[in-house]
Design a binder for this molecule. Structure first.
Ligand code: PAF
Length: 282
């Protein structure tokens, strides 16, 4: 792992040419930039398992259901390149919208079922945007492995389903959530929190841990576990919960009774900033 700046390519053709000459195996880390320690952990993991690590930086307009969220999404190419290089990236693809979706582009990739609850219900069209861009990235890179964070647990499930259904040979590798010392999951959106919202935001983690504690003391009723999260969130006046969930980790169907593994998850707004977090059970 070096700390020199990685090579930057911008067009589809440049990416293909760079990859044709690159040592295998190739690990792909798709991102929307505004890289933080969570992304660094994905890049480091990729560097530990592959000869070449390709990071893609593309704020994908298709997956934003709110125009203002897309416009306000933080962008800092120079800082991203420094972080990617220090974490072990060899190549960074930074395309324009026209490189990714050239004139005449008419394709969309949609996974049904898994994309309907939770983030899918709250953000219509979001997952279709994600699966369309990820299918393009997996197709262009032809990587042996691609790395995704567990923080976006539903995205991970949906991408796995898509890759399996379409027979894409890239192994989808899940990487653990990276947190601030106070428990807040790292997210590119955290920089948009006001100091007061930032101080309040660890309530997501506390709510997940409250439900985990109830589970560990024997509670198996899905409503009561969801209630434990809602109660904690209600104590924080700056937090506006969108959903809390205790679901089957394979199907994301809400559980009446937890009889095996489960996924606790939530989306909470702090003003205009929407944060998500999750905790697997047991
Ligand atoms: O998780 C993200 O940052 C994005 O959804 C991804 C996977 C890079 C696709 O744009």
């Amino acid at each position: 792992m070096g700390s020199s700046l990685p090579r930057v390519v911008r067009t589809r053709a440049e990416l293909r040419a760079a990859l044709a000459a690159a040592p295998r195996p190739v690990g792909l880390v798709p991102t929307m930039g505004a890289l933080h320690e969570g992304h660094a952990s994905l890049i480091r993991r990729a560097a530990s398992q592959n000869e070449t690590v390709v990071v893609t930086i593309f704020v994908n307009p298709l997956q934003f259901n709110e125009k203002s969220d897309f416009e306000k999404y933080p962008r800092d190419e120079a800082a991203d390149l420094r972080l990617a290089g220090a974490a072990g990236a060899s190549l960074v693809w930074i395309p324009t919208v026209e490189d990714v979706y050239p004139a005449g582009f008419q394709t969309s990739v949609r996974v049904s079922g898994l994309t309907e609850p939770l983030e899918g219900a709250a953000r219509p069209g979001h997952f279709e945007g994600v699966t369309t861009i990820v299918a393009i990235l997996l197709g262009l890179a032809g990587a042996e492995r691609a790395y995704f964070g567990q923080k976006d647990a539903q995205q991970l499930l949906v991408v796995r389903r898509m890759a399996g259904d379409l027979g894409i040979g890239t192994e989808i590798v899940a990487c653990p959530i990276v947190r601030e010392p106070d428990g807040l999951a790292l997210s590119s959106r955290n920089v948009r929190l006001t100091p007061e919202q930032r101080a309040a935001a660890p309530v997501l983690r506390r709510a997940l841990l409250a439900a985990r504690a109830r589970f560990e003391s024997g509670e198996r009723d899905g409503d009561l576990l969801r209630g434990a999260m809602s109660e904690l969130l209600a104590v924080e006046p700056l937090a506006a919960p969108e959903y809390v969930s205790c679901a089957d980790p394979g199907t994301l169907a809400e559980l009446t009774t937890v009889g095996g593994p489960a996924l606790l998850s939530m989306a909470v707004r702090f003003g205009a900033v929407r944060l998500i977090d999750n905790e697997p059970l047991p």
